[in-house]
Design a protein around this ligand. Structure first.
Ligand code: GAR
Length: 208
């Protein structure tokens, strides 16, 4: 059984999707053993507590820079003996001291079709605002490994939804979460936990 540590910063609907997927047996070969939040008082922490998952809070605002914050995260991940780290709505970019030590062991969910609307500054609703502003006709979400560049690691899974004329950022966000994020994130986690993701030349190949 692989230890899955989930990093969160907000409402935690993707965390909930993972918890539900673990309970219903969709996630094979892994168990969520800890949830770490970058903010106090977020609802994701309640979701973890309601399901008896141990939590830690490492507030980003208590650290002056990304490196010192990342070192604190690294120490926690090592203490938790994390086999897989999932960034589920985690709004802080981690320094390479973490991404190098956990290379191909950190999975992120990004709410757009990478390489569009991604990188530094593109997070949460800002991503959907940018997609609507551009006028794209499809959008979606990407599940990818995390490397030292924001949203630039190897893609594991992607899924799409139509963008509709009346969409607001909130409506588009909800459609992408319900139809793509909450399904593909647990699927990617399960593939990882069963060692079914092959990496070749910086690209991934999933064995279904
Ligand atoms: C999700 O849409 C996730 O894809 C996005 O934030 C939301 C978090 O929701 N993540 C990013 O933008 C990361 N760059 P949640 O807390 O309800 O899972």
């Amino acid at each position: 059984m692989k230890n899955i540590v989930v990093l969160v910063s907000g409402g935690g609907t993707n965390l909930q999707a993972l918890i539900d997927a673990e309970k219903s047996g969709i996630i094979k070969g892994g168990k969520i053993t800890c949830v770490i939040s970058s903010k106090e008082g977020v609802y994701a922490l309640e979701r973890a507590k309601n399901n008896n998952i141990p939590t830690r809070v490492i507030p980003r605002k208590q650290f002056s820079d990304s490196l010192s914050y990342s070192k604190a995260i690294l120490e926690a991940l090592n203490e938790e003996k994390a086999d897989l780290v999932v960034l589920a709505g985690f709004m802080t970019i981690l320094d390479e001291c973490v991404t190098k030590e956990y290379a191909y062991k950190i999975i992120n969910v990004h709410p757009a079709l990478i390489p569009s609307f991604c990188g530094e500054g593109f997070y949460g609703l800002k991503v959907h605002e940018a997609a609507l502003e551009y006028g794209v006709k499809v959008s979606g979400a990407t599940i990818h490994f995390v490397n030292e560049k924001a949203d630039a690691g190897a893609i594991i899974l992607q899924g799409t939804v139509d963008v509709l004329p009346e969409d607001t950022p909130e409506i588009l966000q909800k459609r992408i979460m319900e139809n793509v994020e909450w399904k593909l994130l647990p699927k990617a986690v399960s593939l990882f936990c069963q060692d079914k993701i092959i990496i070749r030349d910086g690209k991934t190949y999933a064995q279904e």
